[in-house]
Structure formats: C-alpha cells, structure tokens
Ligand binder design. Structure first.
Ligand code: GUN
Length: 293
C-alpha cells in the first residue's frame, strides 16, 4: 500500500487558524504583529520564499515590511538595516533571508539581530537557549517538522530518527529538538562524512532528508513503513516545462512513496510549516513586546 501523504498545507492552515484570535487580541491593544524580511540580492529562490512569507503575513492581518538590498550592498549597510529594525517598535520580528552574498558575513549579521526579535531562532543567544531547553524562538523548519510529526500522530518516543544533513538551519537544531524529553527519539545525524549512508537510513523509523541534494534518498534506503520527511527544495532542469525547471526534494518521491508508511511531498509538505512557524514566532514576539505574555 502506498504511503500516506502528509498534507503540510492543511496542517499549516490549521495552526495559522489558531493564531487568529491571538492576533485579534494584539490588534485590540493597538499592537499589530510586524515582521521585517531583509533580502540581499536577486536569487530567484530566495525572492520566492520571501514573497511567500509576506503573503502569509498579510493573509493573517499582520504587518509585513520588505527590505530589499542590492547584491553589492556592503556588510555595513546590511548591519545598519538590522540595527534600524531593532529600534523600530512596529517591528516585532526580523528575518534575514539566507544565504547572503559571499562578501557579507552571515554570522556577524545574525548576531546583530536582537534576540527578542530573532523569530528565525538563529542568533547565538536563541541557539544556546534552545540547546539548554530554555524559553526561546525555535528555528522555523525544525519546529515545523516537530509539529508535522505531532499532527500526524507519528510515534516519536523511542523511535530511531535519522537526520541526513547538519546545517545550522535544519539538521543541527532538529537533531537537538528530537532528543528533548517530550519527543524522546534516538537520533543519528548523517552528513557528507558518513561512510555508508544507506546503512543508517534503513534503520530509521523517522527519516529526515535535509541535505540539499536532489533525490539523494532512494526507495531502497528507506525502511518499509517509515515516516519520511523531505526538507529538500531543489530546482532541477526541466527543458520540457515552461519555466525550464521543476522542484524536487531530497527524496526520490515516486519510488519512496511505495515503501514509506507516510511521506511529505515537495512542494506542500514541510514548506508551509516553515512559514507558519515564522508567523507563530512573530505573534509570540509581539505578545511579549506588548505585555500579553
Ligand atoms: N534560507 C533557507 N531557509 C531559511 C530560513 O528558514 N530562514 C532564513 N532566514 N533563510 C533561509
């Protein structure tokens, strides 16, 4: 029997619905949650993510500000933009779209965001709090994956989770969340230095592919019945299409769906949850700033 397809759009919608009364309560206090997104350069994939974030904000009646800097912008300009947003009381959340151009240090820019406005959960302060299990903004994609597992009633306690990828944005923080007491998975993290990837992935009850490599995970690398979470968003050439490309995940979906127990599609799986958890964090940031928490 083919796998159950996990509907990220539906789960995302349901979480966003639960934010509406909180946003209304904030608006009644004269405090509309505000998110600022800084985009540097013209990368089409980044521009598309940023547009999706703005659309989702506006749909919920939140305030959205786009700060678009040219690819040649100096690091000092990016830092100055962050500093200005740090001071702006109408902005509760600041997101710097990654990757930044090579001449701009991501570490320096991220460290400049006030932790109480760091709705991506990327600053050293929030990462430290997350690892310590303290209150913080959790990074959106890992947090969204945890929500997907919970909404789909996937058993995490005692499960063996294999995370393929060790990025600061997904792999590292996700591995951290999965070992928390309330989730209680046993975690293996695989990366480019892993000797026999398939040997590890075949043992996974929950397999998370977040390596950024198109269709890295083939059907024979999946344990029958496993839950497969595909974080990949890869543009591959497709000369027969109008755009000239198509999106594929890090999992060879058409074959994997015959083996897995449940699986997220690309698009429509993890992506909608990432955006939803960004809005969730922004609402929380506004509540904290406006004295509702
Ligand atoms: N680039 C890819 N994913 C993300 C994300 O979740 N946040 C930011 N800021 N940049 C990204």
């Amino acid at each position: 029997m083919p796998a159950t397809i996990i509907d990220g759009k539906q789960i995302g919608r349901s979480i966003r619905e639960s934010l509406k009364p909180r946003i209304q309560a904030l608006q009644e206090k004269g405090c509309t949650p505000g998110l600022a997104v800084i985009l540097v350069g013209e990368d089409p994939a980044s521009a598309s993510y940023v547009a999706g974030k703005e659309k989702a904000c506006l749909e919920l009646g939140m305030h959205s500000r786009q700060c678009h800097l040219p690819a040649q912008a100096a690091e000092a300009e990016v830092l100055a933009t962050v500093a200005e947003l740090n001071r702006d009381p109408a902005i509760h959340g600041i997101l710097v779209q990654l990757p930044l151009p090579k001449h701009v240090s991501e570490a320096r820019v991220i460290a400049c965001i006030l932790p109480e406005k760091d709705v991506d959960g990327f600053t050293p302060v929030n990462v430290g709090r997350m690892v310590l299990g303290e209150r913080c903004f959790l990074p959106c994609t890992p947090h969204g994956i945890i929500k997907l597992l919970q909404y789909t009633n996937i058993t995490t306690k005692g499960a063996h989770a294999v995370v393929v990828g060790r990025s600061n944005i997904v792999g590292k923080p996700l591995a951290n969340l999965l070992v928390r007491k309330d989730i209680n998975a046993t975690v293996t993290v695989c990366h480019t230095g892993t000797r026999d990837l398939a040997e590890h992935t075949r043992r996974a009850d929950i397999l998370v592919a977040c390596a950024g490599l198109p269709e890295l995970i083939k059907a024979d690398m999946i344990k029958p019945g496993a839950c497969v979470i595909d974080v990949g968003v890869n543009r591959v050439d497709a000369p027969d299409t109008k755009k000239g490309w198509r999106l594929v995940g890090d999992v060879a979906f058409d074959d994997a769906v015959q083996v897995a127990g449940s699986i997220t599609p690309v698009p429509g799986g993890v992506g909608p949850l990432t955006i939803t958890m960004l809005l969730f964090n922004t609402v929380e940031a506004a509540e904290l700033a406006c004295g509702l928490r």
